[in-house]
Design a protein around this ligand. Structure first.
Ligand SMILES: Cc1cc2nc3c(=O)[nH]c(=O)nc-3n(C[C@H](O)[C@H](O)[C@H](O)COP(=O)(O)O)c2cc1C
Length: 378
């Protein structure tokens, strides 16, 4: 059976991924924080957005092309930054970068992923975006901006919704360490996942390739702690202003949930704002991102593009977010489920699922283009 029939949705790919990668990697990818109420709330609230079907539209193919921050993309969705992508599937970043180029969608590379901006930009070309947390050391920040620019990256994402690392209880219980400690329990879990083990042997253990330039080679085994020190910048608006002054490309602020923060981001020169609750991984008491979206859309009022993520698992969810005021959507887990399930071809398959589902559902509601979706909320 081909992938289209065997894994027809992101949910099918997630189930396959769960069985194919080691337990600690799955728990890292899939988990939220606390009781994971926000992960559930993101889902429930998306499901509660209903759109009225319209009939008698005749035969047409919806136009889902989209212009964002000066570039034209084939669809209104992209790949959100995911740290340690190479832990879920070796070389995941490279597969996603190739897909971003061939399918023409943006790929936000996380600074704590396992490939460098230089390598990813070579593959994704102009579709490579770079995401940073907030490095504490000014020279690390400056160097990351310099490297991104030299790699030809035009769009920088600053993620601000991790003021401090959150507790992720499932990850703790799974014994996740960075880098993984090869104790008997871990070795047993790896041995039960032979495809992952072989792929990792071939590709090599995941390394923090972007950041390892900034810590001493003899301290690599302390990876997680050193990375924690580097990214622990506790951002504020002064920090943002400093980046704005240093970066002459597009600057996107990711991780907003409050209209006042969106307003401030625009006042401080953000070129786009990104509504997100980090997929329910940071603060379990927050509202669903889709619930926060309409008030932010009203406040932003088209001054800058409005990006959205948290909970999207299909084309219908993208349609829901666009109808409530988002200009563009991203998925974090969705693309990584796909690559974990099927290897590199999973990236293309996820794109095809999302595109097909989006177009199909647009026809169900009689929408011919993304402009038509904007009018649905009026
Ligand atoms: C395993 C994992 C790692 C993540 N790492 C980062 C990161 O390094 N930088 C970042 O800005 N967001 C990170 N995120 C958040 C995503 O960019 C995105 O906001 C979130 O996944 C959206 O929710 P979704 O997974 O339901 O699509 C991560 C998410 C996951 C699931």
């Amino acid at each position: 059976m081909d992938n289209a029939n065997q894994f027809p949705s992101i949910w099918h790919l997630a189930e396959r991924a769960r069985k194919r990668i080691p337990h600690f990697a799955w728990e890292y990818l899939d988990s939220g924080t606390g009781m994971e109420r926000l992960v559930d709330r993101n889902r429930v609230a998306l499901d509660a957005v209903h759109l009225m079907p319209r009939v008698m539209g005749g035969r047409y193919t919806p136009d889902i092309k989209c212009t964002l921050l000066g570039a034209e993309f084939s669809a209104p969705f992209g790949i959100a930054p995911v740290g340690m992508s190479g832990l879920m599937w070796p070389g995941a970043e490279l597969a996603l970068a190739d897909m971003a180029r061939t399918k023409n969608i943006p790929y936000g590379l996380s600074m704590v992923a396992n490939e460098t901006p230089e390598e990813v930009a070579k593959r994704a070309e102009t579709n490579a975006w770079m995401q940073i947390y907030c490095p504490k050391e000014a020279d690390v920040l400056d160097d990351l901006l310099k490297r991104s620019k030299a790699a030809g990256i035009k769009t920088l994402i600053i993620t601000v919704d991790v003021p401090v690392g959150s507790r992720r209880e499932r990850q703790l219980a799974a014994g996740l360490t960075v880098p993984p400690k090869m104790d008997p329990a871990t070795l047993w879990r790896v041995a039960k996942r032979p495809f992952w083990a072989l792929a990792t042997l071939k590709h090599g253990q995941p390394r923090f390739k972007t950041l390892e330039a900034y810590f001493p080679a003899d301290q690599m085994s302390e990876g997680a702690k050193l990375i924690g020190n580097i990214v622990d910048g506790r951002p504020d608006w002064d920090y943002f202003d400093r980046i704005r002054a240093a970066w002459d490309g597009n600057l996107v602020l990711k991780g907003l949930m409050d209209p006042a923060d969106a307003d401030a981001a625009i006042a401080h020169g953000a070129d786009a704002v990104w509504v997100s609750n980090h997929g329910g991984r940071q603060f379990d008491g927050a509202p669903a991102a889709i619930e926060a979206l309409p008030a932010i859309a009203e406040k932003v009022a088209g001054r800058v593009p409005l990006l959205f993520d948290s909970g999207i698992r299909g084309g219908l969810d993208i349609l829901r977010a666009l109808s409530l005021g988002a200009d563009f959507c991203f998925l974090g887990r969705g693309f990584l489920y796909a690559v974990s399930a099927l290897g590199a071809i999973g990236a293309d398959h996820a794109y095809d699922i999302l595109r097909g589902d989006l177009e199909n559902n647009m026809i169900q509601i009689g929408a011919r283009s993304l402009i038509d979706l904007k009018s649905l909320k009026d």
